[in-house]
Design a protein around this ligand. Structure first.
Ligand SMILES: Cc1cc2nc3c(=O)[nH]c(=O)nc-3n(C[C@H](O)[C@H](O)[C@H](O)COP(=O)(O)O)c2cc1C
Length: 316
C-alpha cells in the first residue's frame, strides 16, 4: 500500500521536519524553516508558562507561509507535570501537528483529533508502533540508533522497513540525517520524510550559547557518547573533557534507588528535573560544565549557518 508522503500530510514543500529539541528549538528557527518549505516542531516544555506557550503558537500562526507548517512536541508521561494544560492549549490554539514522546499518546490522539490536529508518535520499535497505530496515530516518527537525544536501538534501514511492512502508517525517519545523501537514503528505505535535529543546533537562529554551536562544528560523529547522567535514560552528548571527567554512568546511589520499586518513579522525576536544569545551564551559559546534547549527524556541520542554508544543504 502506498503511504501518504510527508509533504502531503503537512502541506510542505520538502519532506523534512525540523525536530523538536529541548532548550534549542525556538520560534525564530521554525519561522525560517517554514519560509524554506519545511515543518518545524518545538517542545512544549521549552516554555516555562502556558502563557508563553500560547504566545509562541500565535507568533507561528501569524508567520505561517504556504509550503511550511509547525507543530509542538508533547511529553506524555508523568515526568511532564504540565502535560494536561499543554495539551489543552495546543488543541485550543490549533497547531498543525503534535509529536508525542515518552509514554502512551492515547489521550493526546483523542483530544487532538477532536480539534482536527494530526498526531505523530515517536517510536523506537515495532511493538510500540503497533500500539500507537491501534490508538489512531497519523504517522510514526521512527527514532533510530543514529538519533541525537534519547536514541533508539535499531539501525535506520531495519527500523523503517520493519515499521513499513508491519503497520499501515507513514514512517518519518529520525536520526542520522545531515545531508541530502542521507535524506535520499532514508526515502529509499521507505520513509515518507525525515525529522532532523542535531544539524540545526549550530544555526544562527538557535538560542543556545555560541560555545555549544561551535562544539557542533568542531566535534564529529566519533565524539558522541551515551550518558545516563542527564535524565537517567541514556542520552547522546558530545564527549567534552567535562563529560570525560564526570563519567557517563549513574551514581551508585541512583542505581540503588532505581532498584527500589516504590522510590523509582520519584527518583526518575527528580533526576529528570536536576538533569534538565544542568543541561539548560550548559546550553545557554558559559560554563565549564559542558554537557551538550547532540547526535552523530553533526558530522556534516562545518559552520554556523542560517536555518535556510541548513535546509538547502538537506534538500538541494
Ligand atoms: C539537543 C537535542 C534535544 C532534543 N530534545 C528532544 C525533546 O525535547 N523531545 C523529543 O521528542 N526529542 C528530542 N530530541 C530528539 C529529536 O527530536 C530528534 O528525534 C533527533 O534529533 C533526530 O536525530 P538527529 O539529531 O540525528 O537529527 C532532541 C535531540 C537533540 C539533539
Amino acid at each position: 500500500m502506498k503511504k501518504q508522503a510527508l509533504t502531503s500530510l503537512l502541506q510542505i514543500t520538502h519532506p523534512v521536519i525540523m525536530a523538536p529539541m529541548f532548550l534549542v528549538s525556538n520560534t525564530r528557527m521554525v519561522i525560517e524553516g517554514m519560509k524554506s518549505g519545511v515543518a518545524g516542531c518545538i517542545p512544549a516544555l521549552n516554555y516555562r508558562t502556558l502563557e508563553e506557550l500560547k504566545t509562541a503558537i500565535q507568533e507561528l500562526k501569524a508567520a505561517k507561509v504556504s509550503g511550511g507548517s509547525f507543530g509542538f512536541n508533547l511529553i506524555v508521561n508523568k515526568s511532564n507535570v504540565k502535560y494536561k494544560e499543554q495539551l489543552r492549549i495546543l488543541c485550543e490554539e490549533k497547531v498543525d501537528f503534535i509529536l508525542t514522546s515518552l509514554g502512551s499518546p492515547e489521550e493526546t490522539i483523542i483530544e487532538a483529533h477532536k480539534a482536527g490536529i494530526k498526531v505523530f508518535c515517536d517510536v523506537t520499535d515495532l511493538a510500540f508502533a503497533k500500539k500507537v497505530e491501534s490508538l489512531g496515530a497519523d504517522a510514526l516518527v521512527a527514532v533510530n540508533n543514529q538519533a541525537g537525544g534519547h536514541r533508539g536501538n535499531i539501525d535506520p534501514e531495519t527500523l523503517i522497513k520493519q515499521l513499513n511492512e508491519n503497520t499501515s502508517l507513514p514512517v518519518i525517519s529520525a536520526g542520522g540525517v545531515g545531508s541530502k545523501t542521507d535524506l535520499d537514503k532514508m526515502l529509499s528505505f521507505g520513509a515518507v520524510g525525515v525529522s532532523v535535529g542535531s544539524p540545526f543546533i549550530a544555526s544562527i537562529e538557535s538560542g543556545v550559547s555560541q560555545d555549544y554551536k561551535q562544539a557542533c562544528v568542531d566535534y564529529g560523529a566519533k565524539d558522541i557518547v551515551m550518558t545516563e547522567r542527564i535524565s537517567g535514560t541514556p542520552c547522546t552528548v558530545i564527549n567534552t573533557p567535562y563529560v570525560q571527567k564526570v563519567g557517563t554512568k549513574q551514581t551508585w546511589l541512583e542505581t540503588l534507588l532505581n532498584k527500589n520499586k516504590s522510590l523509582k518513579k520519584w527518583v526518575k522525576m527528580i533526576r529528570f528535573y536536576i538533569g534538565m536544569k544542568a543541561t539548560e545551564k550548559a546550553a545557554t551559559q558559559v560554563t565549564y560544565k559542558t554537557v551538550w546534547v547532540a547526535g552523530p549527524s553533526i558530522e556534516d556541520t562545518k559552520a554556523i549557518l542560517p536555518v535556510s542554508e541548513i535546509v538547502s544543504k538537506l534538500v538541494k
